[in-house]
Ligand binder design. Sequence first.
Ligand code: DX5
Ligand code: ZN
Length: 214
Amino acid sequence: MQVSPSILNCDYTHLAEVVRFVEQSGADMIHLDVMDGVFVPNLSFGPPVIATLRPLTDLTFDVHLMMQHPDRLIRAFADAGADIINFHVESDADIAATIDAILALGKKAALTVKPRTPAEAVFPYLDKLSLVLVMTVEPGFGGQAFMADMLPKVAAIKAECARRGLNVPVQVDGGVAADTAPLCAEAGVDIVVAGSALFKAADPVALVEQFHRL
Ligand code: DX5
Ligand code: ZN
């Protein structure tokens, strides 16, 4: 599995070092959690902070928009340097139009499902997506417990892609750590997001290697 570290719970006084830490861990991309205080009960950062990070690394910016109106800021996130623009199927955006807007800006589009949303909600859009994210916690905060009962959604998305001859990587986000990652691998997950587990790890390189081997 590939690894996309979430910097949500990092030390914000040292963001440049955080980016270097993610690079040195051997991770495949970097997961940037954008929260608007409406879609989720928390606020994080937006395009200006992402633009500040962009010159520091060539890592893929995997931008997870937890926003009620992601459609209003697609161009801002594209200009800030997002590579994958990922928004929620439960948002108020016109889903198809927002995907098209992301693609028109030359970026990769992705959709996320919250725990109470069935996998089938993303099926109508699969042919235009570069990634589907299955949340394994309620979005809003890092450091929550992994919801293993979300994993059947991964298999459902994989099966639908196979049926239609599509190859869309499936990502999970929330509570992924050394003990829960094997369950993700078994379920067919392609990319894990890991926040607390990686930032608290005694040996982050070893943890990323372990995820890679699974
Ligand atoms: C939750 C965020 C996640 C989260 C991951 O709303 O989307 O990316 O911060 O953090 P951990 O790995 O600590 O659950
Ligand atoms: Zn996230």
